[in-house]
Design a protein around this ligand. Structure first.
Ligand code: ATP
Ligand code: MG
Length: 182
């Protein structure tokens, strides 16, 4: 059983590296999408994982704006943020996913009430293979530190920006802003 687990980890690692390499090379085929399509699919993918920790996922979409994007990559981006929010939160907490629209942009935020990120780690979380000390040691949470590097690449390929705000033991908010469809 533990061999299978190790194998799964290595498969995840090589998948992640391949994904990064492809994203760094390329362009994505952009199509018209509504943000609800992305959020609903991503929430569906992590709902089992959230249930296991009794974590509630709240979604609020103020306006179902259209964007130009690559659906599977944007779903992947949301899954990366939600997976982290779940992994680094305690049981029976809440995660809120909000989408707001400005004149020309859409912002999707993922806010958790988890352990937070230390100020010293914060500038580095988008670097590949970077994992804050506490996630490597204390509770042995699985991962290679590739998720946010992939998330940042996907955001950039959509001409967007990704930012993080965090306070230790209170929670973390990631915000992705991308242009709305012209
Ligand atoms: P992987 O995503 O490759 O499985 P990972 O989750 O460790 O591994 P990233 O998603 O890139 O890697 O995140 C990098 C680090 O940032 C994490 O190891 C963790 O220390 C910190 N981090 C990311 N999201 C959160 C969050 N929501 N709350 C607290 N810490 C976070
Ligand atoms: Mg991750």
């Amino acid at each position: 059983a533990s061999n299978i687990e190790e194998l799964e980890k290595l498969t995840n690692l090589s998948d992640g590296l391949l994904r990064l390499a492809r994203l760094e090379n390329g362009k994505l085929p952009l199509t018209e999408l509504k943000i609800s399509q992305i959020i609903d699919e991503a929430v569906g993918r992590v709902s089992g994982q959230a249930e296991q920790k009794n974590i509630l996922l709240n979604t609020a979409i103020s306006k179902d704006t259209e964007i130009m994007g690559d659906k599977s990559s944007l779903v992947e981006l949301m899954v990366i943020l939600l997976d982290n929010a779940i992994k680094y939160s305690d049981k029976k907490t809440e995660i809120s996913i909000k989408a707001t629209t400005d004149k020309k942009t859409v912002t999707i935020s993922v806010k958790d009430k988890g352990k937070g990120i230390a100020p010293a780690d914060l500038p580095h979380v988008f670097e590949r293979f970077y994992r804050a000390d506490s996630s490597r040691t204390k509770q042995q949470i699985n991962g290679y530190g590739l998720g946010l590097a992939i998330a940042e690449n996907i955001t950039k390929l959509h001409n967007g920006t990704i930012t993080v705000q965090s306070s230790q033991n209170k929670g973390t908010t990631f915000k992705v802003t991308i242009p709305a469809k012209a």
